[in-house]
Design a protein around this ligand. Structure first.
Ligand code: AMP
Ligand code: MN
Ligand code: MN
Ligand code: MN
Length: 283
């Protein structure tokens, strides 16, 4: 085992989490996290606050983000760790990736309106902490609070996934661009929660090999949405492709996330932890 309580994946109000970077840092520290990264979707506006709060609690910090990518017709998430947060190409790339979210949200609202759910855009906006980062999660919170569904899972199942009334297909960044923004800014690109995608074996092979060819270096093995069997499966995939392994809860909210910060099994010992490759980027 790799005995370090590293949690390199979570979200604050700067994207679709419900806690501030400071409250997340306090919660991570209370749970024994030693090395932390805040990885807001397509956004690094919370990085300075997160790093300062981490240091205030005696934790080590890696810069982080989770970039939305379209690959083989599906949305894939690429976590970036340890990059320079002032890198201009990275900032521009993230800005462009966020760009379509406002129009997408209005289309989602129109779709929901057609099945009798009125004013969902305004409803979702009330949960948004960052106006550039309206996401499906904010619609889900609104539909739960207004009594349409009992939890966010039900909202996604009934309304926000492919083929459902509030789903709007969207073209995110390319895999190549996302990996290169991160890598050129001195960071490590990591495939987030690989078990969550619904790729065929051939598509998954293409994802890992193209990711590696573009310069990607890691994959999340131990993450909040993986089962123990998936830790084993993606540990094997990491070794097959010569990738390092990462560990992160993907914590969003005390009320919604079943895996809390830092509360995951350690990485299996035969894998190379991604933070070993980022030693000079840890602050
Ligand atoms: P978006 O980037 O707007 O497409 O929103 C994606 C976010 O929705 C993810 O990062 C998760 O936080 C959340 N999400 C996706 N699927 C589900 C689900 N089945 N249940 C709860 N939250 C989900
Ligand atoms: Mn999210
Ligand atoms: Mn994700
Ligand atoms: Mn995430």
């Amino acid at each position: 085992m790799s005995i370090l309580n590293a949690d390199l994946h979570c979200h604050s109000v700067v994207s679709d989490g419900t806690l501030s970077p400071e409250d997340l840092a306090a919660r991570a520290a209370a749970n024994g996290v030693q090395l932390w990264a805040l990885t807001d979707h397509d956004e690094i506006g919370g990085q300075r606050r997160a790093a300062a709060a981490a240091h205030g609690h005696g934790m080590k910090y890696l810069t982080g983000t989770e970039i939305s990518v379209t690959f083989a017709g599906q949305t894939v998430h690429i976590v970036g760790l340890g990059f320079d947060p002032d890198d201009p190409r990275m900032l521009q790339g993230l800005n462009d990736t966020r760009g379509g979210r406002g129009a997408r949200a209005m289309e989602m609202s129109d779709g929901l309106g057609k099945v009798g759910i009125k004013d969902a855009y305004d409803g979702a906006l009330r949960y948004v902490g960052n106006p550039e980062l309206i996401s499906r999660t904010h619609f889900a919170r609104h539909l739960v609070e207004s009594g349409v569904c009992k939890d966010t899972n039900e909202v996604f199942r009934r309304f926000l996934t492919e083929g459902k009334p509030g789903f709007v297909p969207h073209r995110w960044a390319s895999l190549r661009d996302a990996v290169q923004w991160i890598t050129n800014a001195g960071g490590a690109a990591v495939i987030a929660h690989p078990a969550r995608y619904r790729f065929s074996a051939n598509e998954e092979y293409a994802l890992f090999s193209e990711f590696k060819a573009h310069g990607g270096i890691g994959v999340e093995v131990v993450t909040g949405s993986h089962t123990a069997a998936e830790y084993v499966k993606y540990g094997e995939t990491a070794r097959e492709f010569g990738l390092a392994a990462s560990r992160g809860s993907d914590f969003h909210s005390p009320d919604e996330s079943h895996t809390d910060l830092g509360q995951l099994p350690y990485l299996p010992g035969e894998l190379t932890p991604v933070w070993e490759l980022l030693a000079d980027r840890i602050r």
